[in-house]
Design a protein around this ligand. Sequence first.
Ligand SMILES: *Cc1c(COP(=O)(O)O)cnc(C)c1O
Length: 373
Amino acid sequence: MKVPFLNLQAQYNAIAEEVAHSLHEVLASCAFSGGPFVEKFEEEFARFCGCREAIGVGNGTDALWLALAALGVGGGDEVVTVPNSFIATAEAISLCGATPVFVDVDEVSYTMDPALLEGAITPRTKAIIPVHLFGQMADMDPIMEIAARHGIPVVEDACQAHGAQYKGRRAGSIGAAGCFSFYPGKNLGAYGEAGCVTTSDPLLAAKIRMIRDHGQSRKYHHELVGVNARMDGIQGAVLSVKLKYLPAWNEARARHAASYRELLGRVSSLLLPTEMPYARHVYHVYAVRHPGRDPLLEALGVQGISCGVHYPVPIHLQTAYASLGLGEGSFPVAERCAREYLSLPMFPELTPEQIAHVAEALTILAGGGTGAA
Ligand SMILES: *Cc1c(COP(=O)(O)O)cnc(C)c1O
């Protein structure tokens, strides 16, 4: 049995007619860039997240970049984030002319360790970006408390956490801004590139809207230097259709995670993900840890089970960030995780047979034996 890592086709097939109908509406109205379909989705997504506003943009990297720029992050500033994320988190900081300052993550939640945050803050720190990695929100209470004490805004990287919760509050509703990616493979994925920023601060929202559209407050009146980071009408329409299904899709992912835990919980060489007491995990990625990850990944691949690694090289060890001068050993938890993470197949349409097949193969290949129940 072949088990893909992701199956976008299965999800498309289930909603194909509805999507075709809404695409036809966009085409018939020629509302291709921004416009009513994007505005409708912005309202729906803001309500979903429990925020006053959502601003549709070109992708998740734009969302992070525009949020930071609107908060006034610029040359010479520092932004504190974590090294175990997709590179875009750091790129957004660099695009503003600022420098990423990393703090290590907690070894259980894989998100920013609040105990290390204060030590990374300097007079130049202009923002803090916790990353809700794999679909689980960072421990926001202590992060928000430290940030408030220093008067520094928090920008949530919620690109993997659509619908995730922290003590009952949705991702993107706690910091000054929340940044989402709708890359096709995300829990809420567009049919192309898209992203958005959520906020309940109307002034910040207005500034992000201006930067998104060449700094204009009205057509051809440019108040500041912006960019073109608008969302396509087609993506807005597709996202409106898909948002209705997101809660059910996230629940399916959580059920699959529970099945993996039940089937793999006794394999002593595997470390499974932990849902923190404060969190509702949406399992964008189901990453286990194993000391012999690379051969295991290959052996699973030979059997037709496609897995992934998120991410094999932490950001501070990427060539692009060599100039930061942060060598091996700078962030031991992030580095250990990068060596051991193995992302198992995870998507809503995964079948119980596929999950059982993955678990069976993994139990045999991972070694280390199974402990008593
Ligand atoms: C996907 C992702 C991004 C970037 O989003 P794009 O839409 O690909 O630009 C940023 N941060 C994290 C954590 C992501 O997973």
